[in-house]
Design a protein around this ligand. Structure first.
Ligand code: NAP
Length: 254
């Protein structure tokens, strides 16, 4: 991973709940955080919230961190005024799907800037007591400035994350059967309006947790997991056919 731990100038594009959660720890580590976003977050960041995109891009960040929703990332990245950059910059993203931003950033980011695609596999709820032992996936897509890239990745390593280097394709294949299936089951349980009973089993309590954690994520995030992960559609079909097979097994016993 490298040992560089220099203080970074990090500019967030998109400053919703997940970005704020990341920024809190980055600030604690001594990094300078600025942001731009569709909504106004100057109440959170004061003068470090920069409404004007041209001004934001001219601020000589070490890292520009894309933190918008999956479904809006294409529109957002295509509207970035890259010509305002004053120096090559590391572009990173934290989207919960990976092939889509990787392809988009390779297409849009100037050739002399670096790219790292990441997915912190945790959120404000699972990471509320710290990030120790939580998975952090990344792919170094195009890295020439090793010092900046390792300083950025070290933010997560320093907090105790389990650092997992893998391709964006492999991430999406695995996340479709883990994260997407978990979210889908959570949303189904929500639709069924399952609630706690006086006679909960431990297994049922875990189901309620899955339901509640799915409800905390925005529908934009969930729909992005489906629309922009090419492996998710097959998992949805697998779920449907598995339910039919289980029903068939029961009906055969009737
Ligand atoms: P989200 O609903 O996925 O994204 C909210 C962010 O997207 C806000 O910054 C919002 O801007 C921006 N946005 C939405 N629509 C937009 C549009 N049309 N134009 C411009 N900006 C738009 O919620 P999130 O939980 O904060 O997640 C942010 C990113 O982190 C996502 O890509 C998600 O996949 C990833 N992530 C989330 C988690 C998690 O636990 N929540 C974990 C790992 C990775 P405004 O706030 O300015 O309106």
């Amino acid at each position: 991973m490298g040992t560089s731990t220099r203080q970074l100038n990090i500019g967030f594009i998109g400053f919703g709940s997940f970005a704020q959660f990341l920024a809190k720890t980055m600030t604690k580590q001594g990094h300078l955080i600025r942001a731009t976003s569709r909504s106004d977050y100057s109440a959170h960041l004061g003068d470090n919230f920069i409404r004007d995109m041209d001004e934001f891009m001219g601020l000589e960040h070490d890292v520009i961190l894309i933190c918008t929703s999956i479904v809006s990332v294409s529109e957002v990245v295509k509207s970035i005024p890259f010509h305002c950059l004053k120096k090559p910059t590391l572009f990173a993203d934290v989207l919960s799907v990976k092939e889509h931003p990787r392809q988009l950033l390779l297409q849009e980011v100037p050739e002399d800037s670096d790219l790292v695609c990441t997915h912190p596999m945790f959120g404000p709820e699972s990471g509320k007591d710290g990030w120790k032992g939580l998975n952090f996936m990344y792919e170094r897509v195009r890295v020439r400035d090793e010092d900046i890239c390792s300083s950025f990745l070290n933010i997560f390593e320093y907090e105790g994350c389990k650092m997992i280097e893998m391709t964006c394709e492999e991430h999406d294949r695995l996340a479709a059967q883990s994260q997407f299936v978990t979210h889908t089951i959570g949303r189904i349980l929500s639709e069924m309006q399952l609630t706690n009973t006086q006679i909960n089993t431990k297994g049922f309590e875990k189901l309620i947790q899955v339901k509640e954690s799915a409800a905390k994520d925005s529908f934009d995030l969930y729909s992005g997991l489906f629309i922009h992960n090419r492996f998710a559609k097959q998992q949805m079909k697998n779920l449907e056919s598995a339910l039919e097979r289980v029903k068939g097994l029961l009906e055969a016993k009737m």
